[in-house]
Design a protein around this ligand. Structure first.
Ligand SMILES: [Zn+2]
Ligand SMILES: [Zn+2]
Length: 163
């Protein structure tokens, strides 16, 4: 919370070169299945939350932007590629999973369902394993060292020497 009790959210890209801070209430949270959101995220659909009613600040770096149409720009980290924004004349939306704590930002609507991939609805029914569920078939996991930026603001970027 900020001094006047407005909620504060932070987040950023995977490598930490780009960090953001949002102060104020978040707007609509959604997923978009349209073909452009699939491409921009490299994924089946793109989860976004509007910040048009809040104050968005880039606290480290700033996204590089690709103009995906005459009406929209897609922001992403130029260092690591994490998709970060969808920007139109009526406001900016941020990628939900780029927030440090995305757990409370639940989508309430799906857009672009004409392009929804035919297997998306079946994913929750697939067999499920935790990351370490079969460490014997991927032994490198046992000694994995993450280079991902932590889920909180840090004083320094780039981080110290990687092991
Ligand atoms: Zn990055
Ligand atoms: Zn879309």
């Amino acid at each position: 919370m900020s001094l006047d009790n407005r909620p504060v959210y932070t987040g950023g890209c995977q490598c930490g070169a780009v960090r953001f801070r949002v102060e104020g209430a978040l707007g609509d949270a959604s997923v978009c299945h349209c073909r452009m959101c699939q491409k921009a995220s490299g994924n089946f659909y793109l989860p976004l939350v509007s910040v048009r009613g809040a104050t968005l600040d880039w606290t480290r770096g700033e996204p590089k932007r690709f103009r995906s149409s005459n009406a929209a720009w897609r922001g992403f980290c130029a260092e690591c590629g994490t998709p970060l924004t969808f920007e139109t004349p009526d406001g900016v939306a941020l990628a939900i999973a780029a927030f440090d704590d995305p757990t409370g930002i639940a989508p309430t609507i799906q857009w672009g369902v004409e392009a929804k991939l035919p297997y998306v609805d079946g994913i929750p029914k697939l067999p499920s394993e935790e990351t370490m569920g079969d460490v014997s078939s991927a032994p490198y996991l046992a000694e994995l060292v993450s280079y991902q930026h932590p889920d909180h603001d840090t004083d320094q970027w780039p981080p110290e020497e990687k092991p």
